[in-house]
Design a protein around this ligand. Structure first.
Ligand code: 5GP
Length: 213
C-alpha cells in the first residue's frame, strides 16, 4: 500500500441508500454496483417474508420468523425497520457499524421509511438516491417479467408504487432508469462525487501539511 493509499484508508464509510418502487431496477443496479466496486459492501436485511425462487438466505435477505424479528427489534439490534406490504423488514446494526468503522461504504436497498430512519440517526454519513421508472407501464411489465409473484401480489405492489414514488423529493439524488447502462453511469458518478466530498476525506489535512512542508 502506498503512503497515499494508507492515508486515504483513514476515512469513515459512506452509507448509500437506494429506494424505488418495486420493479424500477434497483436490485439489478445494486448488484452491478457491488460487482464493479470492491470497496462497497451490501447491507443484507432481515425479513419475515417468504423467499422467492432463487433467493438465498444470507445473501438476498436473512429470512426469519416474526418472533425472531420482534426479538431483534426489542434488543435494539436493528438500525431501522419497517413494515412493507404485509411483511417486516429491518437492517441489522452490527455489520453496518463494523463496515463503516473500517472505512467501507455500504449500500442499502430499503424503502422510504428506512431511509428516513437512517437519516434521523446518521445524516452526515448518508446519501439518499431514488430510482424512478420511465413510466408505470414499464414498471408493471418488469414486475410481470420477474414472474415470481402472483397477479394479486403484483396488483398490490403496483398500488404501493405510487405511494413509494410520492417520497421522491426526500432524496438527495433522483435518477430515471430508462436505460440501465446510462442509469449505472449516473449512479457511479454519484458514488464517486460523494466519496470526494472534503468532509469525507479527513486525511487531506495531513496530506496537505506534508505536501507544502
Ligand atoms: P422485496 O420484498 O421486493 O424484496 O422488498 C420490498 C421493499 O422492501 C423494497 O422497497 C425494499 O427496498 C424494502 N426493504 C428491503 N429491506 C428493507 C429493510 O431492511 N428496511 C426497509 N425499511 N425496507 C426494506
Amino acid at each position: 500500500m502506498s503512503d497515499l493509499d494508507e492515508l486515504k484508508s483513514q476515512r469513515r464509510g459512506v452509507m448509500f441508500v437506494l429506494s424505488s418502487p418495486s420493479g424500477a431496477g434497483k436490485t439489478t443496479m445494486t448488484r452491478r454496483l457491488l460487482a464493479q466496486d470492491p470497496a462497497i459492501a451490501m447491507s443484507v436485511s432481515v425479513t419475515t417474508r417468504q423467499p422467492r425462487p432463487g433467493e438465498r438466505d444470507g445473501e438476498d435477505y436473512y429470512f426469519i420468523t416474526k418472533d425472531r424479528f420482534a426479538e431483534l427489534e426489542a434488543d435494539g439490534q436493528l438500525l431501522e425497520h419497517a413494515r412493507v406490504f404485509d411483511n417486516y423488514y429491518g437492517t441489522p446494526r452490527g455489520p453496518v457499524e463494523e463496515a463503516l468503522s473500517q472505512g467501507k461504504d455500504i449500500v442499502f436497498d430499503i424503502d422510504w421509511q428506512g431511509a428516513q430512519q437512517l437519516a434521523e440517526a446518521s445524516a452526515d454519513d448518508l446519501v439518499k438516491i431514488f430510482i424512478l421508472p420511465p413510466n408505470m407501464r414499464e414498471l408493471e411489465q418488469r414486475l410481470r417479467t420477474r414472474a415470481q409473484d402472483s397477479d394479486e401480489v403484483i396488483a398490490k405492489r403496483m398500488s404501493k408504487s405510487e405511494a413509494e414514488i410520492s417520497h421522491w423529493a426526500e432524496y438527495d439524488y433522483v435518477l430515471v432508469n430508462e436505460n440501465i447502462d446510462r442509469a449505472m453511469g449516473e449512479l457511479l458518478s454519484i458514488v464517486t462525487a460523494e466519496r470526494m466530498r472534503r468532509k469525507r476525506q479527513p486525511w487531506l489535512s495531513a496530506f496537505v501539511k506534508r505536501l507544502v512542508r
